[in-house]
Write a protein that binds this ligand. Structure first.
Ligand code: PBG
Length: 332
């Protein structure tokens, strides 16, 4: 950027800030309902809602209630929801077979939303952790998370989701080579228009804690995810992962977590120009909600400001648990 401002008092930044109409004119970015993806948790049963203690305001919903929630999201103009299943512990195994069961909870939810004719894009999560007896995103053999065998399982899982009617597959597992393998399988099975949003720059973060409660994976998880998720200190490695995933056929890429990693959002957008999203994860949501509930911050204003920050940092959209609340405000 070239510095071409005249010195004070010829330049006064407060001139363009003095009144709302001019502030509206000079605003550099925007936040719209079309920038939102709503992550939702689905549980078994009917007419069932379960509060998630560490995420005040978030509930797991049974499929019938999830369909109604999707209908409301669509009517608010939210373009996509992202489904995460709470899996009964009795369905978790060492080989995670439930992950590619065509009738697992997640696939039933996808079908129900599709069959209801709701105009909303359905995103999924591809990772084995909800189905894994030991809580990891990959298959564990002799204490090691094995890459290539996990990728084979992820391909089966992704295909089952595509068959059920998913529009956006979201591999969040961080195994190497999974984007290429999933893309090849989708092409071979004629799912040529199914998109992939790769969790490409996904860091090994403590901000995922409340989510693991929400999907019931925290009890099962032994150890940490540092052998597959990226070290929070490594920006260049994250950029190389994004480049690799785009070359393997990802349509969209994600940075996760969100606010502590805004530098990555900016770098990914500038460097690759691909559709770029951030995940404002469960821990970020919980911090804002907790401070708001204590009366320490204005929750609504902080929520909106946090989402504006993603847009300023170059993101095309944000996965956020605040999506319906924000949409209602933006639609006013
Ligand atoms: N692989 C599963 C997955 N998909 C999304 C999240 C986190 C989302 C959030 O914290 O809101 C996680 C947890 C993890 O990697 O441990």
């Amino acid at each position: 950027m070239t510095v071409n401002q005249a010195p004070f008092p010829l330049t006064r930044f407060r001139r363009t800030r003095a009144a709302a109409p001019i502030r509206n004119l000079v605003r550099e970015s925007s936040l719209s309902v079309h920038d939102l993806i709503w992550p939702v948790f689905v549980c078994a049963g009917s007419n069932e809602r379960q509060a998630v203690a560490s995420m005040p305001g978030v509930e797991r919903l049974s499929v019938d209630l999830l369909v109604e929630a999707a209908r409301e999201a669509a009517s608010l103009g939210i373009p996509a929801i992202c489904i995460f299943p709470y899996t009964d512990p009795s369905l978790k195994t060492e080989l995670c077979e439930e992950a590619w069961n065509p009738d697992n909870l997640s696939n039933r939810a996808i079908r129900a939303i599709r069959e209801a004719g709701i105009e909303i894009a359905i995103m999924t999560d591809i990772a084995l952790d909800p189905y894994n007896a030991n809580g990891h995103d990959g298959i564990v053999r002799d204490g090691v998370i094995v890459n290539d065998e996990t990728v084979e399982a992820l391909v089966k899982m992704g295909l089952a989701q595509a068959e059920a009617g998913a529009d956006i597959l979201g591999p969040s597992d961080m195994m190497d080579g999974r984007i290429g393998a999933i893309r090849a399988a989708l092409e071979a099975e004629n799912h040529t228009n199914v998109t992939i949003m790769s969790y490409a720059a996904k860091f090994a973060s403590a901000f995922y804690g409340p989510f693991r409660d929400a999907v019931g994976a925290s009890g099962a998880l032994k150890g940490d995810k540092k052998t597959y998720q990226i070290d929070p200190l490594n920006a260049r490695e994250a950029l190389r992962c994004v480049e690799r995933d785009l070359r393997e056929g990802a349509d969209m890429v994600m940075v996760k977590p969100g606010l502590p990693y805004l530098d990555m959002c900016r770098q990914v957008k500038d460097r690759f120009g691909a559709p770029t999203y951030a995940y404002q994860v469960s821990g970020e949501y919980a911090m804002i909600q907790a401070a708001a509930q204590n009366g320490w911050i204005d929750g609504e204003k902080v929520m909106l400001e946090s989402l504006m920050a993603f847009r300023r940092a170059g993101c095309d959209g944000v996965l956020t648990y605040f999506a319906p609340r924000v949409a209602k405000i933006l639609n006013q």
